[in-house]
Ligand binder design. Structure first.
Ligand code: ADP
Ligand code: MG
Length: 219
């Protein structure tokens, strides 16, 4: 049995065509079903639905053999460092769920002069490790506030001056009168594989990796 960990939303939807290229179809829609384990048309392949930020943990500890996770989640997981992520092999950038990790502030917040004057900036994020690294590299002093969702709300309520969050079109920021002021990194989702599983089930896992690779847009 091969177990693949996915999360709901963009990652699940954009992984489906890659699975199809490997001859794998999923019978159920996780948005509609309450099932956390989804069988596929292949009796020896199943999908487990987990929270996006839990995918590296599942794969690292063998709860799943493979998974698909954003670069954001993988880097934040590695920086969190509850044990080195040595058991996580990353063979492939799937180039799906593309977005960027950025700093955003309220439209009326003068970020440039706050930075220039060396003010302490209060930053709210789900990505506290990546945010800390970014501002440390710039020599900007920050107080970090950990959030688990709805980051956009933080500057609007006075909880924080800035947020570090994912942006794709910028529509959510605009709808909340926020402005993107710095891109930290480009993000896409990667395939991650449990190193021990790769040794034990080398052939089926290699076939899956190759089918995914051949289904990627060439660029
Ligand atoms: P959560 O479970 O915390 O709500 P999300 O569903 O917001 O997580 O995001 C899951 C993953 O999908 C992120 O880690 C990221 O890699 C990707 N992602 C999130 N937002 C976007 C976006 N706007 N555009 C493209 N990919 C995104
Ligand atoms: Mg979300």
């Amino acid at each position: 049995m091969i177990t693949l960990a996915l999360s709901k939303g963009r990652i699940f939807e954009e992984t489906l065509p890659l699975l199809a290229a490997a001859g794998i179809t999923v019978g159920e829609d996780p948005e509609k079903s309450r099932k956390l384990i989804l069988p596929t048309n292949q009796p020896d392949v199943r999908i487990v639905m987990v929270r996006a930020s839990d995918v590296p943990t599942y794969v690292e500890h063998g709860g799943a053999d493979l998974g698909v996770a954003g670069r954001d989640v993988l880097l934040e997981h590695a920086a969190g460092g509850v044990g080195a992520s040595s058991g996580l092999y990353q063979p492939l950038d799937l180039k799906i769920a593309r977005c960027r990790l950025s700093v955003a502030v309220r439209e009326d917040f003068d970020y440039a002069s706050a930075v220039r004057q060396g003010s302490r900036i209060r930053v709210a994020s789900k990505y506290v490790h990546l945010a800390r690294q970014h501002f440390a590299d710039k020599g900007v002093h920050v107080d970090l506030i950990k959030l688990y969702g709805s980051m956009e709300l933080a500057p609007l309520t006075g909880l924080a001056d800035a947020i570090v969050d994912l942006v794709s079109t910028g529509g959510t920021l605009r709808a909340n009168h926020l402005r993107e002021v710095e891109k930290i990194m480009d993000v896409s989702s990667r395939l991650v594989v449990n190193a021990a599983a790769l040794k034990l089930q080398r052939e089926p896992i290699r076939r899956l990796i190759e089918a995914f690779a051949s289904a990627l847009p060439q660029d």
